[in-house]
Design a binder for this molecule. Sequence first.
Ligand code: ZN
Length: 683
Amino acid sequence: MKIIMKIMITATLVAAVSCQNGDREKNGKESFNYSVDRFADIEVLRYQVTGFEELTLNQKQLLYHLSEAALMGRDILFDQNNRYNLAIRRGLELLYSTYEGDRNDEQFKGLETYLKRVWFSNGIHHHYSMDKFVPGFSREFFWEAVRGADPSKLPLREGQTVDQWLAEITPVIFDMDVMSKRVVQSGDEDLIVSSANNYYGEGVTQAEVDAFYAGMKDPNDDTPISYGLNSRLVKENGILKEIVWKVGGLYTEALENIVAELRKAVPFAENDAQRAVIEKLIEFNESGNLADFDEYAILWVKDLDSEVDFVNGFTETYGDPLGIKASWESVVNFKNNEATKRTAIISENAQWFEDNSPTDDKFKKDQVKGVSAKVITVAMLGGDCYPASPIGINLPNSDWIRAAHGSKSVTIENITEAYDKATQGSGFAPEFYWSDVERELVKKYGFLTGNLHTDLHECLGHGSGKILPGVDPDALKAYGSTIEEARADLFALYYLADDKMIELGLVNDKEAYKAEYYVYMMNGMMSQLVRVELGKNIEEAHMRNRQLIAMWAYEKGKADNVVEYRIRDGKTYVVVNDYEKLRDLFGQLLVEVQRIRSEGDYEAGRALVENYGVKVDQRLHAEVLERYAGLNLAPYKGFVNPVMKQVTDANGNVTDVVLDYNESYVDQMMRYSRDYSYLPTYN
Ligand code: ZN
């Protein structure tokens, strides 16, 4: 699997951390209402686009058109996640908006919650666990509601009756054995056949996919395209073939609109470099040619002077167990110049960090190229970044482009800030932290070291090290993403405790790193289990990585009692006894994980992940879930976008672009489904 770039939130579970940064207080954010909605295991927040008003009209118009384009790919992601997602979403939206029975009835409420979950996960599978949702309403209620709806508005197939549609859709919603998991990661099943995503046609097996793409790769090609990134692989008459996502190909209805909107953005480009990026992206959407995509990625990574920036397209591959096919996503943003001073210091010293890493010299980059890092303010999220948003992004994903041209790494601080504000006073720290010492430490330094962890992870961690010549970048297969995330996390953890942090002025207290160490260990050894159902193993790559690191350090440090579980009043706590030795252990594991990645040592990678990252202590898990339930918190969070509107004068000229934060979650989802839905139901 290729390098994984997006890190998910650890800060969700970091409670009650205060602001380190004086000017955060001055922005008058205390009056901003972060919480929007709450259902199932989800809390929906809103984020504030601080600094938007101060941008030039030109920049605002650029952001406007990029934001429109960001919303236009939503249906693509629904269809990629499962081939029935659009049918189910559209059917349920029809019922939701036209149902004339008792809307306070338990059955209707169950349908409403289910629909809210489908919107949140861009489909019928949980966005994190990948398990299919269990509906909180009955088949009988569903049938009755569907039969009472206007059949001309139901998403029927051509010539299909309502009863035929019900026969097709009902098992997909209600039968838990049908399409039960979107992405199956475990090593012993056919990952393609058992995964419910829509990246591969019916009857395509994992062995066939492996062979198909192995056959395309040329081992002597130093600049390989990202084979298979933008297509569905299907079998027709026994022959495998790619159906490419492009204008004139699959998903053309959405991509045509995206291209038209990108064209509107071009005149507002801030400079020639940015204009070239947008134009090349248009070209790629039209050609579907992955060599164009690489050219676009190179132009994008070199565009460093623009204030406004964006991602729009087929980018990350978490949704494919083999890491080949990319989901559609978009992030529209502009630079936070003040906070970027912090990441600028880190990227300017990238070579020092590489040279001084404990890893074997033969796995180091002689020359770290163009690691650019910035802190950004998001103005619009779309596709696979919405509503559940990353807090940091590092792109492009192509190994050779990263080596030859560098990468751009961002920390999304208005998102981390919203998480931070929303968890303050949640009761999490009093319940799970061992003592006031840890609570004070995290309160004092948690926000800063959490952001620094993200900076180091994205900007240096993923960008560090190299794969030895001749080693297949995908050699670690299903374990690749977990190992890659572990590598980036370990790099960050190791350096957070380094004197260099003080020397560079990034922290002013030698003890500050302990805040992140404590939170990381407590999370990995215990509290992240709130996101896993009792009886299940850990599946998601970032969670596996965090448990892998924490449990490995716990096991290896046992002899010296570096970290321990302690029981008080029948409750389990994590206590770190020796932070310096813990740092040493992180360094040792970094050495091994870098070796595994550089040499493509599949067996060692598999053993690490399976031994430390997957299995869950059932007793502890039950305890954590019970304590967490008592806090009445949502383990997952996501965001609504602001409503972005153009203001025009009497002659129709745009005079301003304004943001409105008052839209509810349901209203936003219904509006997006009405205004930005281009695809046929069945693709
Ligand atoms: Zn990462």
